[in-house]
Design a protein around this ligand. Structure first.
Ligand code: INI
Length: 178
């Protein structure tokens, strides 16, 4: 069965979440808020798959791999890169954002950037505060919006134009041939 059929038959949206363990006190809060945001929109736990990675740098590969399964209508990336004293900050931010954007374009699956990039731990905690509309909840909202947008656009797009030119679609087609 094609990945797109798999989702259509199920008649509901499925989401993947990639969350980094680095700065866990912040990313744990982002994850809880993101799950709350999805649950408030009626998304069932069975339709959410969470993978944990060591740090933000590892997020793009896992997000892309998740998207390529064809099982998810959107993939949400959650992380926290804090400048502190580390010279890694700029490299990690650049690679994480570039990799997440590229993964979405290559797979044709919405991949949401829910990665905090802050100067201090206090700023990150503030932006992950579950009592506010924080980055985790914002990512859940963006993922649902994008899943709906892509569903509409894919329904308008002939298979030979656009949607089948993505790596995701080519892989899904290959799987259905087996
Ligand atoms: N990873 C983060 O997610 N946030 C950080 O603030 C951070 N800092 O500061 O170094 C960080 N580093 C780890 C990096 O993402 C990789 O996991 C590591 O380099 C192994 O590839």
């Amino acid at each position: 069965m094609k990945a797109s059929e798999y989702r259509r038959r199920a008649g509901r949206f499925r989401f993947g979440i990639v969350v980094s363990k680095f700065n866990r006190s912040v990313t744990g809060k982002l994850l809880v808020s993101c799950l709350d945001g999805l649950a408030e929109q009626g998304i069932k736990p069975a339709d959410i798959h969470v993978e944990r990675v060591p740090g933000a740098f590892e997020i793009p590969l896992v997000a892309r791999t998740m998207a390529m399964t064809g099982r998810f209508d959107a993939v949400i990336c959650l992380g926290a890169v804090i400048r502190g004293e580390t010279p890694h900050f700029d490299y990690i931010c650049a690679e994480t954002s570039r990799g997440i954007g590229q993964a979405a374009l290559v797979t044709g699956v919405p991949i949401i950037f829910g990665v905090l990039t802050t100067e201090t731990v206090a700023q990150a905690m503030e932006r992950a505060d579950p009592s506010k509309f924080n980055r985790g909840r914002e990512a859940a909202k963006a993922a649902i919006q994008m899943a709906k947008v892509m569903k509409r656009l894919n329904a308008m797009t002939p298979p030979s134009q656009g949607r089948d030119s993505t790596l995701f679609s080519r892989q899904a087609a290959r799987r259905s041939e087996k």
